[in-house]
Design a protein around this ligand. Structure first.
Ligand code: ATP
Ligand code: MG
Length: 562
């Protein structure tokens, strides 16, 4: 058994540990991650992945990927490929990849077995009638007139349903349990429905499809799953899960289902259906739009998979649903990137800074100097890089004020600041365009401050980033705000799209980045000093997505809530 990571001791691991100790499954531990291939995985799925694979890892067991493909109408193979890819990116490797549809034959034989035992029957009524007869809480159900038809008749009808003799929705197979049960799921739940549709895996072989409840626990049992971990909304299904398994000739100990809270984040939606709407209605560019909470989106945005894993591990498995602050996840992202991201300089809103005291060489060209700047002060192994400096630079427009407001310590006329790693400079004058906008700042430099040191210990209050105009490369930078303005999207109106932030993306097309940026690998995340972390787009060269800013807002939120 490998050691449990910190924080990964939860009620689920307690159950598993106790089963291992008692030898319930001969010491075996097996879990599965069972997504329905009807969309892309999102941050909520990451929690389920980390739980399922994490439990298996901690107890030396196995975790399968099971594509829960019992619904032919919404499932597509393109999703299957992306699901596999996303799990690999998160750092997990399924023991095997299987499909619920692999088990359709066994499920069918087991259904006939239940009919034989008098535990299932074919009902000739339609869905609407069934739902009326089902009753409600405190309202008993009504037994179907077909409930007590002879087993032989049900068997014959089920075979004809399977053979395609009946239209969609005209009949179904139901378990015969208890129409008076308090638990609604035990009121003769549907096991098979008729659906003449092409399935992405089984083609047109089947025209009856098992329901979730009939497929899930049975698939777990066939596969050898010991602990079937799912989200809280399935807690009320657990008695049915256990009922089916108790009636089948399994030949081994039945798996057990345990439930943990869904992961929800502020300013975020995690319903696949709603995420699909964002894409279909072109409210975002694609499933991997960097604003999407899909694993593809987060990846493109620059979220390291390690940060997502650590976050999911740290929140652990709980029994109550709660919404986590997105800032908490971001602080894991920042923590990880702080140690891994190389430092670079980039100017997002360039303003020209000309050093009037800068020397020229014998041909009359401005001298070019090079500074060795640290790639990552958090990790000396990352080394240094050479950054060119000359008399014409770009600085951030916000870092200059002709008339500085109070507490503004950056550059203004007569004020001295440090250009990071280079020189101390003092602004002397400005050049304006016809409209009176400052288009250039003139400054002098102190040659004795080479390397950015203060020669006589005199204080400068500000250190600013810069790029040399002659050596800079132009880049595009996409800045992101929350996709939803409300903490709980749709909280007020019930419609999350009402809270969509129309200004969640700003594209800056004339950013100036240091020359080293041209060599950034696709997907690599760097820190632009003072600005945040930025991910190089996987496809387009010199397009960077802001992953997160530098300020850790989570620390403040925690303090406020204390
Ligand atoms: P959606 O409602 O968005 O379609 P789902 O629960 O139907 O989500 P599945 O593909 O069936 O999505 O989910 C696969 C697994 O991931 C299930 O075990 C499910 O419980 C889990 N899961 C899905 N969403 C979350 C979430 N937000 N937090 C934790 N686990 C989740
Ligand atoms: Mg589902």
């Amino acid at each position: 058994m490998t050691e449990s990571p910190a924080g990964a001791n939860d009620f689920i691991r307690d159950v598993v540990r106790s089963d291992v100790e008692q030898g319930t499954y001969g010491g075996r531990v097996q879990t599965r991650f069972p997504p329905e291939p009807n969309g892309y995985l999102h941050i909520g799925h990451a929690k389920a992945i980390v739980q399922n694979f994490g439990v298996a890892q901690d107890f030396g067991g196995l975790c399968n990927l099971r594509l829960d493909d019992t619904n032919p109408d919404t499932e597509e193979t393109q999703y299957v490929a992306s699901i596999k890819d996303d799990i690999g990116w998160l750092g997990y490797h399924p023991a095997v990849t299987v499909h619920a549809s692999d088990y359709f034959e066994t499920l069918y034989l087991w259904a006939e077995h239940l009919i034989d035992q008098g535990l299932a029957y074919v009902d000739d009524q339609d869905g609407d009638t069934l739902s009326v007869q089902r009753g409600g809480y405190g309202k008993p159900g009504i037994e179907s007139p077909y409930r007590n038809r002879p087993a032989a008749e049900s068997l014959e009808l089920l075979r004809r349903m399977k053979a395609g003799d009946f239209p969609d929705g005209s009949r179904c197979l139901r378990a015969k349990i208890d129409m008076q049960a308090e638990n609604m799921w035990l009121r003769d739940p549907v096991m098979y429905r008729i659906r003449h549709a092409v399935h992405h895996n089984t083609g047109d072989r089947w025209c009856i499809y098992p329901t979730y409840d009939w497929a899930h626990g049975q698939s777990d049992a066939i596969e050898g799953v010991t602990h079937s971990l799912c989200t809280l909304e399935f807690e009320s299904h657990r008695p049915l899960y256990d009922w089916f398994l108790s009636k089948l000739p399994l030949g081994h100990t039945a798996p057990k289902q345990r439930e943990f809270a869904r992961l929800e984040l502020t300013h975020t939606i995690t319903s696949k259906r709603r995420l699909k709407k964002l894409v279909d209605d072109q409210l975002v560019t694609s499933w991997d739009d960097p604003r999407m909470p899909t694993l593809r989106g987060l990846r493109r945005r620059g979220y390291p998979s390690a940060a997502i894993r650590d976050f999911c591990t740290s929140i652990g498995a709980t029994k109550t649903n709660s919404r986590h602050a997105i800032e908490e996840l971001e602080s894991f992202v920042r923590r990880e990137l702080n140690t891994t991201a190389q430092r670079r300089m980039a100017v997002l809103h360039p303003l020209k800074l000309t050093i009037t005291t800068w020397p020229t060489d014998e041909q009359g060209n401005p001298v070019v100097e090079h500074f060795e700047l640290s790639n990552n002060p958090e990790n000396s192994e990352d080394g240094t890089r050479r950054v060119a400096f000359s008399g014409e630079l770009f600085i951030e427009r916000d870092d200059f004020a002709e008339v500085p407001p109070s507490k503004f310590f950056r550059l203004s006329p007569g004020r001295e600041v440090r250009l990071r790693g280079a020189y101390l400079v003092t602004a002397t004058d400005v050049v304006k365009d016809d409209d009176g906008n400052v288009v250039e700042v003139l400054a002098t430099h102190d040659p004795a401050s080479k390397g950015g040191n203060s020669p006589d210990g005199r204080k400068v209050k500000s250190t600013m980033h810069w790029v040399s105009a002659a050596h800079a490369t132009t880049a595009e930078v996409a800045l992101y705000e929350r996709l939803f303005t409300a903490e709980v999207p749709g909280d007020e109106t019930g419609e999350p799209l009402d809270d969509l932030n129309p200004e969640s993306r700003t594209l800056l097309t004339n950013c100036k980045v240091e020359a080293a940026m041209a060599g950034t690998a696709p997907g690599e995340v760097v820190q632009f000093e003072r600005l945040g972390y930025f991910a190089a787009d996987a496809q387009q060269a010199l397009l960077f997505h802001r992953t997160v800013g530098l300020r850790d807002e989570w620390a403040n939120i925690k303090k406020r809530n204390r």
